[in-house]
Design a protein around this ligand. Structure first.
Ligand SMILES: *[C@@H]1O[C@H](CO)[C@@H](O)[C@H](O)[C@H]1NC(C)=O
Ligand SMILES: *[C@@H]1O[C@H](CO)[C@@H](O)[C@H](O)[C@H]1NC(C)=O
Ligand SMILES: *[C@@H]1O[C@H](CO)[C@@H](O)[C@H](O)[C@H]1NC(C)=O
Ligand SMILES: *[C@@H]1O[C@H](CO)[C@@H](O)[C@H](O)[C@H]1NC(C)=O
Ligand SMILES: *[C@@H]1O[C@H](CO)[C@@H](O)[C@H](O)[C@H]1NC(C)=O
Ligand SMILES: *[C@@H]1O[C@H](CO)[C@@H](O)[C@H](O)[C@H]1NC(C)=O
Length: 385
C-alpha cells in the first residue's frame, strides 16, 4: 500500500512537471507575440496594429533594449509610456520625465529646467488615472497646485500641498514630513500640476534650498522615505539619489470603448460583459464562473479542469464538467466528497454484518450515535480479550 501510494505520488509530481501550466490558454490573437521582454501583453493590448483591439491598445516593443521594452503611445497625444505590467483592469506605466515637475530658484545655468508643471491627459482614450496614484511634493517653500478633470465630477476644483522645512540639524528630509508633502488624487481623465514659487511670500532670505519637485506616481509605503535636504540644491543629485520618488509607475485604469455600452458581440465565448456605470462608460469582459482565459478574444474563455488540482477527498472521485465539477465518494463512504466540504465519511458498518443503508439525507446525529455505539462495542470487545 505504502509503495503504491508513493508511486502514485511520484506519478503526480512527474505529471505536474510535464503538464503545461494551467494558464497555457492563449492570451493573444493567433500569431501574435504574447510578451515583450519580461512583460506579458494580453489582448486587447497587442504588439502591432493587427494584434491589438484598436490603436489605443497598440504596444510598441522596442528591441533596441535588452531585454526589449514595451511602450504605450497615443496617436495624437505626445505621451510615450513604458509599460511595467498589465492586469485585468489596470496598466502600470512610467515616464519619469512626464511624471515629474521641478523648479529651481536662480539656477540660470540649468536653462532646460523649466519643467515646472505636469500635464497628464487621457481624455478620449480608454485610460483614466487611477486613484492608486498620489502627488508627492518635495521642497522647502514652493507649493504644488493641482487640477483634475474628473470623469466622475467635472471640474473637481483645485487641490495641492505645500512642503515646508527649515535647515534641520541632521539635514534629513522625510516623506511625508520634513520638506515633503503628499496628497491623494481621485480617479481622473486629466491632471495638471504646477509648482508655484512662494518666494514673494516667504522672502528670499528664507529660501534655504533652491529646488522643488513634484511627482505623480503609485502610492507607496508612507513614512519611510528619507532624503538629503542638501540635494534640494542640485536637481541632478536629487534625481540620482531619490529613485524612490522618481521611479514609481503611474497606475492607469483601462476599459474598452469609452462612450459605448456592451453589445452581444463585445466579449468572447463563455464570458460576460460589464458596463462601467461611472465616468464615460465603456466596458470590461469577464470569464464566466468555472472558465478561464482571455474574455476579450473571440475564442473567449475555456473550461477550467478543476480536477487538475484535485478538489475532492482522497476517497472521492472528481468529475470535471463544463463550468463546474463534482466529487463522488467511493462505495462505503458518503458526503459531498469535497476537501473543502464534508469530504467522504465512512458509512459505519456493524460487526454483525448487517449493512445499514445510509442515504445522504440521513441526519449526522444518527451517524454519530451509530459510530459511538460501534466504538463502544469495539472497546468492550478489546476489554474481553
Ligand atoms: C495587417 O493585416 C493586413 C491585412 O490582413 C495586412 O495587409 C498587413 O500587412 C498587416 N500588417 C502588419 C503590420 O502585419
Ligand atoms: C485626438 O484626436 C481626436 C480626433 O482627431 C480628438 O477628438 C481628440 O480630442 C484628440 N485628443 C486629444 C487629447 O487631443
Ligand atoms: C505591477 O507593477 C507594480 C509596480 O512595479 C507592482 O506593485 C504590481 O504588483 C505589479 N502588478 C502585477 C499584476 O504584477
Ligand atoms: C521637460 O524639458 C525637457 C527639456 O527641455 C523636454 O524635452 C521635455 O519635453 C519637458 N517635459 C515636459 C513634460 O514638458
Ligand atoms: C449606455 O447605457 C446607458 C444606461 O442604459 C445609457 O444611459 C447610455 O446612453 C448608453 N450609452 C450609449 C453610448 O449607448
Ligand atoms: C472553499 O469553499 C468556499 C465557498 O464555497 C470557496 O470560496 C473557496 O474558494 C473554497 N476553497 C477551496 C480551496 O476550494
Amino acid at each position: 500500500m505504502v509503495t503504491q501510494s508513493a508511486l502514485l505520488h511520484m506519478f503526480f509530481l512527474l505529471s505536474l512537471a510535464v503538464a503545461p501550466p494551467s494558464n497555457a490558454t492563449t492570451t493573444t490573437k493567433p500569431g501574435c507575440q504574447s510578451s515583450c521582454g519580461n512583460v506579458e501583453i494580453p489582448y486587447p493590448f497587442g504588439i502591432g496594429p493587427n494584434c491589438s483591439k484598436n490603436s489605443h491598445f497598440n504596444i510598441h516593443c522596442d528591441t533596441s533594449f535588452n531585454p526589449p521594452k514595451p511602450y504605450l503611445s497615443f496617436a495624437n497625444v505626445s505621451l510615450s509610456l513604458e509599460v511595467v505590467n498589465i492586469s485585468k483592469s489596470q496598466i502600470h506605466v512610467k515616464n519619469s520625465e512626464l511624471q515629474l515637475a521641478r523648479t529651481c530658484y536662480g539656477m540660470w545655468f540649468y536653462s532646460n529646467m523649466k519643467n515646472y508643471s505636469i500635464h497628464l491627459n487621457f481624455d478620449s482614450t480608454p485610460y483614466t488615472l487611477s486613484d492608486a496614484n498620489q502627488l508627492t511634493v518635495v521642497g522647502c517653500d514652493d507649493m504644488a497646485m493641482a487640477q483634475q478633470i474628473s470623469d466622475i465630477i467635472d471640474e473637481n476644483g483645485g487641490f495641492g500641498c505645500l512642503p515646508y522645512c527649515r535647515k534641520s540639524r541632521d539635514g534629513v528630509g522625510k516623506c511625508p514630513g520634513v520638506g515633503c508633502c503628499q496628497t491623494s488624487i481621485s480617479k481622473t481623465d486629466a491632471l495638471k500640476v504646477e509648482l508655484v514659487d512662494m518666494l514673494t511670500i516667504w522672502g528670499k532670505d528664507k529660501k534655504d534650498f533652491r529646488c522643488s519637485f513634484a511627482f505623480v506616481g503609485m502610492i507607496g509605503k508612507l513614512g519611510n522615505i528619507k532624503f538629503k535636504l542638501s540635494d534640494l540644491n542640485d536637481p541632478r543629485a536629487f534625481g540620482k539619489n531619490n529613485k524612490e520618488f522618481l521611479d514609481r509607475p503611474l497606475v492607469l485604469d483601462w476599459r474598452i470603448d469609452p462612450f459605448s455600452n456592451c453589445t452581444k458581440t463585445s466579449c468572447g465565448k463563455h464570458s460576460s460583459c460589464i458596463n462601467m456605470v461611472v465616468g464615460n462608460g465603456g466596458y470590461h469582459c469577464k470569464c464566466n464562473e468555472g472558465y478561464e482565459g482571455n474574455p476579450y478574444l473571440r475564442s473567449g474563455c475555456q473550461d477550467i479542469d478543476e480536477c487538475h488540482n484535485n478538489p475532492c477527498d482522497s476517497r472521492g472521485i472528481c468529475r470535471n464538467s463544463l463550468g463546474s465539477y463534482s466529487c463522488h465518494c467511493s462505495y462505503g463512504y458518503y458526503g459531498d466528497g469535497k476537501k473543502n466540504g464534508t469530504g467522504c465519511i465512512p458509512v459505519p458498518v456493524s460487526h454483525s454484518k448487517v449493512t445499514i443503508g445510509v442515504g445522504l439525507g440521513s441526519g449526522i446525529g444518527l451517524l454519530l450515535l451509530l459510530s459511538t455505539c460501534f466504538w463502544l462495542l469495539q472497546v468492550s470487545q478489546e476489554g474481553k480479550k
